[in-house]
Write a protein that binds this ligand. Structure first.
Ligand code: BDR
Ligand code: CA
Length: 304
């Protein structure tokens, strides 16, 4: 059983990653969630997570983390995720509140008690870097850190920078310079981690979970639809998919360096090297990726 803590900034694709993890409860034990300022401000992304989990009657530990990146100011991304950070569904009520521990203390308490923990990094790496700096004594208990972020050569916020790393490059540098065993899903592998826009057509009114997924993905797909695409990368979903189905991915080891300066802020420099602490993914079987996700939704629907 994988013991997992999900660090996230939901975010449409963060929620799809969470659905995938929740569906695989025989393999993944979610110990809790930590939230980070990224796609939107900390309070908004935390509310988004609590709203979704509460709507589905899922009990969870949610700990709030960083209000802003280490040095730069926060930069909400309404173009991709809307003003709320999770536009599409409208929630009227949530009975899930974040716990009274901050992300750092929650990570410390939880990881201390476990033999090994896997971390998912679905947003900027502010919480994880701050944990590494504050508790170097227990990072050996982190079996692996699977991150969505960065790129081999392209960008989605600057010409060569991806949003999560761009948002807080200083924290990313701390993380990649650490001794952690890292798996990185950069933009290039996410080109294979896609869902066709037509999959949601029969989701409407099917059940509480499918209706919610419809509302989330219908909004999320608009961004790619405006560009004329028939499918969208669902970035963060690559992270649990890799843990569950590593055989559908390909990648190579590397040391990863981060550019901190404003003009190329957050660019990831991938130095391929067999001894590198980061496995940089670059290919995935798109057909299986989509099939596994559809299976996960059907499984989760039965679990709820
Ligand atoms: C990343 O940025 C966020 O908006 C998404 O949730 C994903 O984590 C993609 O660049
Ligand atoms: Ca995210």
């Amino acid at each position: 059983m994988y013991k997992v803590i999900i660090d996230c900034d939901p975010g449409h694709d963060d929620i799809m990653a969470i659905f995938c993890a929740l569906a695989n409860k025989e393999k993944i034990d979610i110990l809790g969630y930590t939230t980070v300022c990224g796609n939107n401000l900390l309070d908004k992304v935390t509310d988004n997570l609590c709203n979704v989990l509460s709507f589905l009657n899922i009990e969870a530990m949610v700990a709030k983390g960083a209000h802003k990146p280490l040095f730069y100011d926060s930069e909400p991304q309404p173009i991709a995720h809307g003003e709320s950070g999770l536009d599409g569904p409208v929630f009227t009520y949530s009975n899930l509140k974040p716990i009274n521990l901050n992300a750092n203390d929650f990570l410390y308490n939880t990881i201390s008690k476990e033999e090994k923990v896997i971390l998912f990094g679905l947003g900027p790496l502010t919480n994880i870097a701050s944990f590494i700096q504050k508790h170097p004594d227990i990072i050996s208990k982190i079996d692996k850190l699977i991150i969505m972020g960065g790129s081999i050569y392209k960008g989605n916020i600057l010409e060569e920078s991806e949003f999560n790393i761009y948002c807080d490059p200083h924290s990313a540098k701390i993380v990649f310079d650490s001794s952690l065993d890292i798996i990185l899903a950069p933009l290039e592998v996410c080109d294979f981690c896609t869902l066709h826009h037509n999959i949601i057509e029969d989701f409407k009114d099917k059940s509480k979970l499918f209706q919610l997924t419809y509302e989330i993905l219908e909004f999320y797909f608009r961004y790619s639809k405006r560009k004329g695409d028939i499918k969208s990368p669902v970035f963060d979903l690559a992270v649990p998919m890799y843990l569950l189905h590593p055989e559908i991915f390909e990648g190579k080891n590397a040391f990863v360096d981060i550019i901190l300066d404003q003009d190329k802020r957050g660019k990831t420099i991938i130095n391929y090297n067999e001894k590198g602490n980061t496995l940089v993914l670059d290919k995935c079987d798109n057909h299986l990726f989509e099939q596994y996700f559809l299976n996960d939704l059907n499984t989760l629907e039965k679990l709820l």
